[in-house]
Design a protein around this ligand. Structure first.
Ligand code: EPZ
Length: 424
């Protein structure tokens, strides 16, 4: 496993990047395959370790997964789902990736019961699933927590209901929407997440024969159907990867063409805020051009559910604001501990102070290379961005975090004239 990368400093991004399919769309789409015994054919799936983890979980449940490599940064996957009998998602797999909890709704719906390991916390917070369970109970399931597992059952099937989420939860919305697709009757979900990945999942379920409307708004209506069929679906492009490479152009004073999606629609809250820092965005064929103005202006950011500023771009943006010509404030309103990258950025000369979930970033004249360590997926890329702009060459350790959510980083940066070196 590649553990370290060396990032040469003072590089300028200048080129184009093919944006892969969205990790956070592909994961629920793979779980949705469990809802039908007819299988599923998924295209534009990014070759990431989180995807491999989900495939291992599906195989453990009895799904046959065939991965076909279409290009270095996209696979298509054929899933054969006619012999799903195992209803347990084991701790050994779930502990690697919280999104494994997405099999809960589909298993409960398909088999009438399931036993799913509690995900456990991770670097960015406790990450409970209480709202997932409250949603399942609203659909008539009983749930019990025992020996680190959730036991859920609905022997007489699930029934449509009205349920309002007390707070917006992305995978909670996805889990309950999948369970409701085969429930008996109509389900109305309120205060749901509005992320493009939710829309992509609902669109795929409708292709499978579900009857879902309202996706992308704060209320989703699901008319339960009796069965779902095989469908072919292309995963929506990864808006977080696109935003991350746009910030690479911002922090290095360069320009990057983000290819493979309409990122103006996928990143509204991000683009508005980043234009205030001096990044400009212009539509091009099959994508969006991000271009630095050569300076970085400070901004204040509040992370919010879609269409607000994405929490998954907070760490990467903080790296850029470390070189702004002024002071910025970042309020992380989604996760209670998503500043693990701050200590590492400060080792590189960043001037940041934390107060609770607020980070105050005073722009520095420059950053300096230092040995640093990745702590979580998005934090790992914030260190890459800082290293690209720093004086000297930075070695980043524990980059397995990076491989969870970003594929072909070395190759994609090479397409922009930027050199990284993998180290054993
Ligand atoms: C999804 O996580 C994403 N992961 C995360 O991306 C992303 O940061 C997050 O949404 C917010 O946008 C995937 O889609 C696989 P939430 P999720 O449920 O669904 C609280 C990445 O970097 N909450 O929307 O787990 C929770 O503690 C990852 O790709 C409950 O209290 O996040 C948090 O404070 C990191 N009870 C808030 O809601 C629940 O039952 C939002 O969490 C569920 C959530």
């Amino acid at each position: 496993m590649i553990e370290k990368i060396k990032v040469y400093g003072k590089q300028k991004v200048n080129g184009k990047v093919n944006i892969s399919g969205a990790k956070n769309a592909a994961l629920p789409l793979l779980a949705a395959a469990l809802l039908s015994s007819d299988g599923m054919h998924l295209k534009n799936v990014p070759p990431l370790t989180d995807i491999a983890t989900m495939l291992a979980l599906l195989e453990n449940l009895g799904v046959d997964c065939q991965v076909l490599k279409n290009s270095p940064h996209a696979n298509s996957i054929k899933l054969k789902t006619d012999s799903v009998e195992n209803f347990t998602a084991p701790y050994e797999i779930v502990k690697k990736m919280r999104a494994s909890v997405l099999v809960l709704g589909p298993l409960l719906s398909r088999l009438g019961r399931c036993r799913v390991s509690l995900p456990g916390g991770c670097a960015i917070g406790v990450r409970p699933i209480d709202l997932h369970l409250k949603g399942m109970e609203a659909l008539g399931a009983t749930t019990e927590l025992r020996d680190g597992y959730v036991y859920a059952s609905a022997p007489r099937g699930l029934r449509g209901a009205e349920f309002a989420f007390p707070i917006v939860t992305v995978t909670g919305t996805e889990n309950v929407m999948m369970a409701a697709a085969l429930a008996n009757g109509t389900t109305i979900l309120k205060n749901v997440a509005r992320e493009p990945e939710i829309v992509d999942l609902a669109n795929c379920l409708n292709k499978m024969g579900a009857n879902i409307s309202g996706q992308g708004t704060d209320t989703i209506v699901i008319q339960g159907v009796t069965s779902l069929r095989c469908s072919e679906h292309t995963v929506v492009p990864d808006r977080i990867e696109a935003g991350t490479y746009a910030l690479a152009a911002g922090i290095t004073g360069g320009r990057v063409d983000l290819l493979g999606g309409d990122f103006r629609k996928l990143l509204p809250g991000f683009l508005d805020k980043m234009e205030a820092t001096g990044l400009s965005f212009s539509p091009i064929d099959d994508g969006l051009r991000a271009e630095s103005s050569g300076k970085i202006s400070p901004v204040d950011i509040d992370t919010e559910p879609f269409p607000g500023y994405p929490t998954d771009l907070q760490a990467q943006c903080m790296a850029m604001l470390c070189l702004a010509d002024g002071e910025s404030t970042i309020r992380e309103n989604i996760w209670e501990n998503r500043f693990m990258h701050v200590a590492e950025l400060m080792r590189m000369g960043a001037d940041i102070s934390i107060s609770g979930t607020h980070a105050h970033v005073r722009g520095a004249k420059h950053l300096v290379a230092a040995p640093v360590m990745a702590t979580d997926l998005r934090a790992s890329f914030s260190l890459v961005l800082a290293a690209l702009a720093a004086e000297g060459d930075t070695v980043i350790d524990r980059v397995y975090h990076l491989n969870r959510g970003y594929c072909c980083v070395k190759e994609k940066f090479a397409g922009c004239g930027v050199e990284l070196e993998r180290m054993r």
